[in-house]
Design a protein around this ligand. Structure first.
Ligand SMILES: Cc1ncc(C[n+]2csc(CCOP(=O)(O)OP(=O)(O)O)c2C)c(N)n1
Length: 709
C-alpha cells in the first residue's frame, strides 16, 4: 500500500459525528460536549422545540407567500431547523453574524422582524434589515463572500480587544469557493475570534456534496491549522453545545474554529427549483426519519414534559409568526422610483442626481402606462436553440466539453443543457464543484490539453469570482505564448435583467469584457443567432464571452441549426430605416424593434442595428447606417458611465462627424447597482424611453426639452 493510500484510509473511515439526541429521541452521552449544555433542563429543551416549530412555520409561510405571488423567490430551510436554532441560541447579543441566504432561523433568533426578513425576497429592497441593529449582516447571495467579511470583522474584534465573537454560515457547496478558503487563511493567520459554521445539507442545488469533497468537510479545517467539530446537524442540543464551545474558544483568544453540521435540505433549493429532477424519494425518506423536531418531542415526552402544553405553545408562537409575516407583506409598500437612486453613495453625486432629475421629468410626462408590444410566435425558443447548438457542437467535435454548476442531471438552472449529460455522458457534460475561478481555470488547462471547453456561469453576477482567471489568464494566454497556445474556451453567461430576481442575478457585465484585449464578446438577441453564434463561438480559437439575454430565453423564432451564419463578428440590420440609427444588442433588440414600429406610426423611420458582436464591433456596418441617417441612438441595460454606448458614440463620432445632425444619444440603465425587482422597470430602458431618445435626436419635443445641463 502506498503511503498515500495508507493515509487516505486512515482519514476516510465511517464519517463520524457527535450526537446527543438520537433520531429515536434518546439522550446519549457526549463526553466531548456535555459540559456545554449542562444548563439545558427539560424546560429549556422545550424552548428549543418551540423555536424549531416556529421557524419551520416561518419557512412554510415564506414558501406559501412565494406561491401566492407575494415574494419573487424564497430559499426554504426545511430540515435545517436544529442547525439554525442550535447555533442561533448559542450566540450572545454582542456576537456578530454573517449569514448566507437560507438562515431565516438565525434571523429569528436575532430578533429580526418578519417583514424585514421578507423584504429582499419580495424584491422591494436590496436587503432586509439594519445589520447593526441585530448584529447580523444582511442575506448574502454570492456564495462564500460573507466568510471573508466575517474574517475581517473578527480581526477587528481582536484588534479592539472586544469580548465578542463572530460567526459565519455557509453551505457545503461554498467550501469549494476561493473566498471561503481565503477566509480560513486570514482567520487563522490573525487568530480571529470566528466560528466557521458549515451547514452541510448534502446538496448545492443539484450537486451532491461528494462533488465538493471526498472527505468530511470538517477535515478541511486541519489544513488551515484550525480545530473542527463534526456534529449531527439535526440534533439541536449537540449543535448548541458545539457552537457554544466554538464561541468560547474564540472568546478565549484561541482563534477560529470550524463546525460541520451534518443536516439535510428537505425542501427545494429555492422555490424556483424542482429537486425531484436530481434526487430520489428514498433519500428523502431516510432523512425524514432523522427529523430534527420529532426527536425532541419524543425526548421531551420521555423526560415527563407536558407535551400537549408545549405543542400548544409552539403552535401559538408559529401562528403568530406566520400572521406577522402575512401582515407585514400586506403593509409593505412598493418602492417609488426615487428609491432607485437612494444610497448608491454616502455623499452627494452630481451625475446620479442629474439622472434622477431627468428620469423624474421623463416620468412626469406620462398620464397613463403604455402597453408593450406583443410577442412573435414561431418554432423554437432561444433556450432550445442554445441547447440545439450545444448538442450539435458536442456531436461534431469530441473535444468539446461542457462544464458548470448544475448543468448535468438538472440541465442547468435555465435548463439550457437539458438532456445533454444523459446523451453525451458525465465526462463531457461535467457538473463541477461550486467554484467559478476553478471552473474557468481548469477550462484553461483543458484547452492547453486540446479540449474546447464550454463553461456555463450560472448567473451574470457570479462571473466575478472567475474574473481574474478570465482577464489575467484566459484573455492573455495567446499573446503571452506568442500564439503557441490557443484558448478555444467559450464562457456562456445568462445576462441582463427583467426577470424579477434578487441581487446578482440581473447584471450587465459586458463592458468589463469588451474592454479586455484578447476576448471576443458576443450577445445574440434571437433564437437563430443564439444557435449560430454559439456554434461559431465554440469553433473559434479565441476565448469568447457569450452573453445570453436570459429574459428572452423563452421567446420563439425560426431556427436552422446548420445555417452557416454571417461572418464572425458582424452586426445585422434588424430593421431597415432612414431617419435614425438605433443600436441595441441582446435583450434590448426586441425592445428597439418595438420602438421602431411605434416610431413608424408617427412617421419616423428607425433603422435598428443588432450589434451581435460587442467586441469587436462591426463599425463599417454601423458607420454606413449613421452616414445615411445622420442620427444615432444607442441603448443598453448597463449603466451609461464607461459603458459600451460611450465607446460606440465616440467611435462613430470619429468616423461620421460630418454626417451627424445631432449628438449621439444613449438610453441606458442608471449608474446604480442593479435594483430590487420592484424597481427594475424604472431602471431598464423600455420602449417609451427609447422613443424619448429618438425624439431627442430628431429635435422633437422630449422629456429633456429646455434642459440646460
Ligand atoms: C459565487 C456564486 N456562484 C454561483 C451561485 C449560484 N448558486 C446559488 S446557491 C448555489 C448552491 C449553494 O450550495 P451550498 O453552498 O451548499 O448552500 P445551500 O444552498 O445548500 O444552502 C449556487 C450554485 C452563487 N449564488 N454564487
Amino acid at each position: 500500500m502506498s503511503p498515500f493510500e495508507a493515509q487516505h484510509q486512515a482519514h476516510s473511515g465511517a464519517a463520524e459525528y457527535l450526537q446527543m439526541i438520537t433520531p429515536e429521541g434518546e439522550r446519549i452521552l457526549c463526553p466531548e460536549l456535555d459540559g456545554h449544555v449542562a444548563d439545558i433542563d427539560t424546560e429549556a429543551l422545550a424552548e428549543l422545540y418551540v423555536d424549531m416549530v416556529a421557524i419551520r412555520r416561518l419557512d412554510a409561510e415564506g414558501t406559501a407567500l412565494q406561491r401566492q405571488g407575494e415574494l419573487g423567490l424564497w430559499a426554504p430551510l426545511l430540515g435545517q431547523e436544529a442547525a439554525q436554532i442550535g447555533a442561533g441560541r448559542a450566540l450572545a447579543t454582542g456576537d456578530y453574524v454573517f449569514p448566507s441566504y437560507r438562515e431565516h432561523g438565525i434571523g429569528y433568533c436575532r430578533g429580526v422582524e418578519p417583514g424585514d426578513m421578507l423584504r429582499m425576497w419580495r424584491g422591494a429592497a436590496p436587503s432586509g434589515w439594519d445589520p447593526n441593529e441585530f448584529n447580523m449582516a444582511d442575506q448574502q447571495i454570492v456564495i462564500g463572500a460573507q466568510t471573508l467579511h466575517a474574517a475581517g470583522y473578527a480581526m477587528g474584534l481582536r484588534l479592539d480587544g472586544a469580548p465578542d465573537a463572530a460567526i459565519t454560515f455557509f453551505g457545503d457547496g461554498a467550501t469549494s469557493q476561493g473566498d471561503v478558503n481565503e477566509a480560513m487563511v486570514f482567520a487563522t493567520s490573525f487568530a480571529a475570534p470566528l466560528v466557521f459554521f458549515c451547514q452541510n445539507n448534502q446538496w448545492a442545488i443539484s450537486v451532491p456534496v461528494g462533488v465538493q469533497a471526498h472527505a468530511p468537510l470538517a477535515r478541511r479545517a486541519a489544513g488551515f491549522g484550525m480545530p473542527a467539530l463534526r456534529v449531527d446537524g439535526n440534533d439541536v442540543l449537540v449543535v448548541l453545545a458545539a457552537t457554544r464551545a466554538a464561541l468560547e474558544h474564540a472568546r478565549n483568544g484561541q482563534g477560529p474554529s470550524f463546525i460541520e453540521a451534518v443536516t439535510y435540505r428537505m425542501g427545494a433549493h429555492t422555490t424556483a427549483d424542482d429537486p425531484s429532477r436530481y434526487r430520489d424519494e428514498l433519500e428523502l425518506e431516510t432523512w425524514r426519519a432523522r427529523d430534527p423536531i420529532d426527536r425532541v418531542a419524543t425526548l421531551l415526552r420521555s423526560l415527563g414534559a407536558d407535551l400537549d402544553s408545549v405543542t400548544a405553545r409552539a403552535a401559538a408562537v408559529a401562528d403568530g409568526l406566520a400572521a406577522g409575516m402575512r401582515a407585514a407583506i400586506e403593509r409593505m409598500p412598493d418602492p417609488g422610483p426615487d428609491e432607485l437612486f437612494a444610497h448608491v453613495y454616502a455623499e452627494p453625486h452630481p451625475l446620479l442626481e442629474l439622472q434622477q432629475r431627468r428620469y423624474g421629468r421623463y416620468l412626469d410626462q406620462f398620464a397613463a402606462a403604455h402597453e408593450r408590444g406583443g410577442r412573435g410566435m414561431s418554432t423554437m425558443t432561444m433556450a432550445r436553440a442554445l441547447n440545439t447548438g450545444l448538442r450539435a457542437a458536442l456531436d461534431h467535435d469530441p473535444k468539446v466539453v461542457l462544464m458548470g454548476e448544475d448543468i448535468g442531471v438538472l440541465g442547468g438552472v435555465f435548463r439550457i443543457t437539458d438532456g445533454l449529460q444523459k446523451d453525451f455522458g458525465a465526462h463531457r457534460v461535467i457538473d463541477t464543484p461550486l467554484a467559478e475561478a476553478g471552473i474557468v481555470g481548469t477550462a484553461i488547462g483543458l484547452a492547453f490539453r486540446g479540449y474546447r471547453p464550454v463553461v456555463e456561469i450560472q448567473f451574470d453576477g457570479f462571473v466575478y469570482p472567475a474574473f481574474d482567471q478570465i482577464v489575467s489568464q484566459l484573455a492573455k494566454m495567446h499573446n503571452r505564448t506568442r500564439g503557441r497556445v490557443r484558448m478555444p474556451v467559450t464562457i456562456r453567461i445568462p445576462f441582463g435583467g427583467g426577470i424579477g430576481s434578487p441581487e446578482h442575478h440581473s447584471e450587465s457585465p459586458e463592458a468589463y469584457f469588451a474592454h479586455t484585449a484578447g476576448l471576443r464578446v458576443v450577445a445574440p438577441s434571437n433564437p437563430q443567432d443564439a444557435c449560430t453564434l454559439l456554434r461559431q463561438a465554440i469553433a473559434s480559437d479565441d476565448p469568447v464571452i457569450f452573453l445570453e439575454p436570459k429574459r428572452r430565453y423563452h421567446e420563439k423564432g425560426e431556427v436552422d441549426p446548420e445555417a452557416p451564419g454571417d461572418p464572425w463578428g458582424s452586426a445585422a440590420v434588424a430593421r431597415p430605416g432612414t431617419d435614425v440609427t438605433l443600436v441595441a444588442y441582446g435583450p434590448l433588440v426586441k425592445t428597439a424593434l418595438d420602438a421602431a414600429t411605434a416610431a413608424a406610426g408617427e412617421g419616423i423611420s428607425v433603422e435598428v442595428i443588432d450589434l451581435r458582436s460587442l467586441s469587436p464591433v462591426d463599425y463599417p456596418l454601423l458607420a454606413a447606417s449613421v452616414r445615411k441617417t445622420g442620427k444615432l441612438v444607442i441603448t443598453h441595460e448597463a449603466g451609461a458611465s464607461g459603458g459600451l454606448g460611450a465607446d460606440i458614440a465616440a467611435s462613430l463620432t470619429e468616423r461620421c462627424f460630418n454626417y451627424l445632425e445631432h449628438a449621439p444619444v444613449r438610453v441606458t440603465g442608471f449608474d446604480v447597482p442593479y435594483p430590487p425587482s420592484k424597481l427594475e422597470s424604472h431602471h431598464l430602458p423600455d420602449l417609451d424611453r427609447i422613443l424619448d431618445g429618438v425624439d431627442r435626436v430628431m429635435g422633437r419635443d422630449n422629456s429633456l426639452s429646455g434642459e440646460q445641463e
